[in-house]
Design a protein around this ligand. Structure first.
Ligand code: ADP
Ligand code: MG
Length: 647
C-alpha cells in the first residue's frame, strides 16, 4: 500500500478552518456575508464573552430548503456557483462553500432555517464536525446560526485568542462597517445582553454614517460623492469595451491623523477587503497633506464589473486582484485627491467655515456609537487654540518668553521668566477679530514637502499680522506662518529628539507638586507612568490617588504642569486605548509641545520671528503641526504678479 492517503473530511475541514476561522470576528464575517447573500434586510448579531462562548446571527433572508440544510455542511457545497465560468464574475460575497463546514468543525453549531417555499423548517446540530441532530421544526422564515464554544476542540487555536474586549472590538468593527456598506438594512449587535449597535434602514450612506458615528465625526470627514469613470478595454469585444468604475465614501480632512491603518475600510463590490493597491492609492492622495507615517480615516466603496476583479485569491476572501491594477490605482488616487483639493481643507486661509449640510432627522444612537467614535475616530483633536474659536485661554495663561543669548546650538524660548504686561488682545482672549475684507484676498497655497524645505531657509520676517501670524518674504513669494503651530512643530520635534537621545531637559521643582487624581486618571497614570518619566515628568505615588511631581520637562512653564499632565491623562483615556507605545510617546510629546508653544495674540519682536523661522527651517516636517494643521501659507510671486496683471 502506498504512503499517500486522502485526508478524511473532518481533518480537511479543520485545516480549512485554520484559514477561514481565525477568530470570532471571522466567524461573524462569514455568517454575515451569508445572510447578505441570502437577501436579508435585517440582521442581528449576538455575542457572549467576546464571541468565544456564543455567536448567533439571525437573519430574515431566503432561508435554506430542508434538503440543503444538511448539504450546506459538506465541503465545497454552495448554491452560489455552478461552473468554472461563474468564478470569473462572482456577484455574491461567498462562493467557496467552505465557511459552514469549517466553522462546524471547530465549534458546537446549531442551524435553524426555514425557506418560505416549504411548510416547515429544519434544525441541524453539529459538534466538532459530527452530526448530532437533524429534524424538522416550526420556525419563522430566515436563518439562525448559533456557534457555541468556538475552538473547544482546538486548544492550540484557543490560546491565540485575545481578551474578550479585543475580540469584541473586532466583531463590533466588522458589524459596524458592514452596516455602513448597507444603509438600507437593519443591523443589531449585542454583547452579553447589552445593545452595542442598532441601526434602522436609511436612504443614504451619509445618514448611516450619522447613525453610527454621530455628527461630531461627520464634521471631520469629507463626502467623496460619486466618482464615476469609464475604462476602455481595447482587447475586449466591441460591445464589451467599456467598464464603469464607481467610487464613493468618506475620507478624513488632512488634519485628522491616525498613526496606523486601522481606520481605513475598503469595500470592493460590497466586500470588505485589505488591499495594498487601494491603500497606496489612498495614501498617495494625501501626499504632502499629511506627515509621513500618518494615515487618514477612510471608508471607500469601489464598485466595478465583477470581471474586473478576482476575489478568489485567498480563502478568507479578504484580498482581491484587479485586472487593470494601475488604472484602478490612479482613478482612486485622483478621485480622492481632487475632492481633497476642492474642499480645500487646509490650503485656504483657515478662517472660513464651510457650511455643513445638516443630516435629515437625528436618529438615536447608542452608547456604543459614542465609543466607536472615540475608538475609531481617534482624531488628533486640535488641542491647540483654534484660530477662529474662543478657547477660554485667559490672559494670564499666555506664556512669557525671552530669547536666550544665541550661543546655544538650539536656542529655545524660556518660559521661566515672570509674565510680561498683558499682551493687548484684539477682542476676546484667544479669539481674533477678523476684518471682513479677508474674503477679497487671494488664497494662499499650502506649501508642500520637499520643495519648501529649501525655500524656508531664506525667509525674512516682515512683521506680524494680528500678533498671530508671521508675514515673511521668501525667494518665491509671500509667506504667512501661524506662530502657534510653527512653534508647536519646533517644540514637538525637539521633545522627540531629546527623548530619543535620552536627554530630556528637566526643571526640578523646589517643592514637589502634589496632584490628586480621579480613579480613572490613576489607571491611566499607571499605564503611562514610564512614558511620562521618559518624557521628563518625574513623579511618585504619594498616598492614595495622589502623586507628587518633582520635575517636569523644561519646555513647560511651571504654571502649566498640572494642566498638561491632566491633558495627557485625559488624552490617554480617550485616545490611547490599545495604542502602541510610539503613539503614546507622540501624543505625550504633542501635548507638551502644544501647551508650551506660544499662543496667538502674542507680540513677537524681529529677533523672535527670525528665531522661529530659522528653527522651522531646521524641522524635519515643517509643513504641518503634530496634529496635522498647516503651518504656513504661501502666495507665490507668480500669483502676486498675476493679481496685479503684470503677467
Ligand atoms: P458559500 O457562502 O461560499 O456558498 P457557506 O459554507 O458559507 O458557503 O454556505 C453554504 C451554503 O449554505 C450557501 O451557498 C447557501 O446556499 C447556504 N446558506 C448559508 N448561510 C445561509 C443563510 N444565512 N441563509 C440562506 N442560506 C444560507
Ligand atoms: Mg459563505
Amino acid at each position: 500500500m502506498g504512503r499517500i492517503r486522502v485526508l478524511p473530511d473532518a481533518v480537511a475541514n479543520q485545516i480549512a478552518a485554520g484559514e477561514v476561522v481565525e477568530r470570532p470576528a471571522a466567524v461573524v464575517k462569514e455568517l454575515l456575508e451569508n445572510s447578505l447573500d441570502a437577501g436579508a434586510t435585517s440582521i442581528r448579531v449576538e455575542a457572549e464573552s467576546g464571541g468565544r462562548r456564543l455567536l448567533r446571527i439571525t437573519d430574515d433572508g431566503c432561508g435554506m430548503l430542508n434538503d440543503d440544510a444538511m448539504l450546506a455542511f459538506e465541503r465545497h457545497a454552495t448554491s452560489k456557483l455552478s461552473n468554472v465560468k461563474d468564478l470569473f464574475a462572482i456577484a455574491t460575497l461567498g462562493f467557496r462553500g467552505e465557511a459552514l463546514p469549517s466553522i462546524a468543525s471547530v465549534s458546537r453549531l446549531t442551524l435553524e432555517t426555514h425557506a418560505k417555499e416549504e411548510t416547515a423548517g429544519a434544525v441541524v446540530e453539529i459538534h466538532g464536525g459530527k452530526m448530532i441532530r437533524n429534524e424538522p421544526a416550526a420556525l419563522a422564515n430566515g436563518t439562525i446560526i448559533t456557534v457555541r464554544d468556538l475552538f473547544y476542540n482546538v486548544p492550540a487555536r484557543k490560546k491565540f485568542l485575545r481578551s474578550d474586549q479585543t475580540e469584541l472590538a473586532h466583531i463590533a468593527s466588522l458589524v459596524t462597517h458592514y452596516s455602513l456598506a448597507h444603509p438600507d438594512k437593519s443591523f443589531e449587535l449585542r454583547h452579553d445582553g447589552r445593545e452595542l449597535l442598532n441601526v434602522t434602514p436609511v436612504e443614504t450612506l451619509r445618514e448611516r454614517m450619522f447613525q453610527v458615528f454621530g455628527n461630531q465625526t461627520l464634521e471631520d470627514l469629507i463626502d467623496l460623492g460619486a466618482h464615476e469613470k469609464e475604462m476602455l478595454v481595447p482587447d475586449a469585444a466591441e460591445e464589451d469595451r467599456t467598464r464603469v468604475f464607481l467610487l464613493r465614501g468618506f475620507v478624513s480632512r488632512p488634519q485628522v491623523q491616525k498613526y496606523n491603518r486601522n481606520s481605513i475600510y475598503l469595500f470592493v463590490n460590497g466586500r470588505l477587503i485589505r488591499d495594498k493597491l487601494l491603500l497606496h492609492a489612498l495614501t498617495s492622495a494625501y501626499h504632502n497633506l499629511m506627515p509621513a507615517g500618518a494615515f487618514p480615516f477612510a471608508l471607500l466603496f469601489l464598485d466595478c464589473d465583477a470581471a474586473e476583479v478576482d476575489v478568489n485569491v485567498h480563502p478568507s476572501k479578504t484580498e482581491v486582484r484587479f485586472r487593470h491594477g494601475s488604472w484602478v490605482h490612479d482613478f482612486v488616487r485622483d478621485a480622492i485627491r481632487n475632492t481633497l483639493v476642492e474642499s480645500r481643507p487646509v490650503s485656504s486661509l483657515p478662517l472660513r467655515q464651510q457650511p455643513e449640510a445638516q443630516p435629515a432627522a437625528r436618529l438615536p444612537f447608542s452608547e456604543f456609537s459614542q465609543r466607536m467614535e472615540d475608538a475609531r475616530m481617534r482624531m488628533a483633536v486640535p488641542m491647540a487654540v483654534p484660530v477662529n474659536d474662543a478657547s477660554g485661554v485667559s490672559e494670564a495663561d499666555l506664556p512669557s518668553f525671552t530669547l536666550r543669548p544665541t550661543h546655544a546650538p538650539a536656542p529655545r524660548f524660556d518660559f521661566t521668566e515672570p509674565p510680561p504686561a498683558p499682551t493687548p488682545v484684539v477682542s476676546a482672549p484667544g479669539k481674533m477679530r477678523i476684518p471682513d475684507t479677508h474674503a477679497a484676498l487671494p488664497e494662499g497655497a499650502l506649501i508642500d514637502g520637499a520643495e519648501s524645505l529649501d525655500v524656508l531657509k531664506d525667509l525674512r520676517p516682515l512683521g506680524q499680522l494680528h500678533e498671530s501670524f508671521i508675514l515673511a518674504a521668501g525667494r518665491d513669494g509671500l509667506w504667512v506662518i501661524d506662530q502657534h503651530v510653527a512653534h508647536e512643530r519646533i517644540l514637538f520635534e525637539q521633545v522627540l529628539r531629546e527623548r530619543a537621545a535620552g536627554k530630556v531637559e528637566l526643571q526640578s521643582l523646589l517643592m514637589p507638586m502634589v496632584i490628586e487624581l480621579t480613579a480613572a486618571q490613576q489607571i491611566q497614570y499607571a499605564q503611562i507612568a514610564d512614558e511620562l518619566r521618559a518624557s521628563g515628568f518625574e513623579s511618585e505615588p504619594f498616598g492614595q490617588r495622589t502623586i507628587a511631581i518633582s520635575a517636569a520637562p523644561a519646555a513647560v512653564g511651571a504654571g502649566e504642569i498640572e494642566r498638561i499632565l491632566f491633558e495627557i491623562l485625559e488624552t490617554a483615556e480617550k485616545e490611547l486605548r490599545g495604542a502602541s507605545l510610539d503613539e503614546v510617546r507622540r501624543n505625550v510629546s504633542a501635548t507638551i509641545a502644544c501647551r508650551a508653544a506660544i499662543k496667538i495674540n502674542t507680540k513677537l519682536d524681529q529677533r523672535k520671528m527670525e528665531w522661529m523661522l530659522a528653527e522651522l527651517a531646521r524641522c524635519e516636517h515643517p509643513t504641518n503641526c503634530p496634529h496635522g494643521r498647516p503651518i504656513a501659507l504661501r502666495y507665490s510671486t507668480r500669483d502676486i504678479l498675476r493679481g496685479f496683471h503684470r503677467i
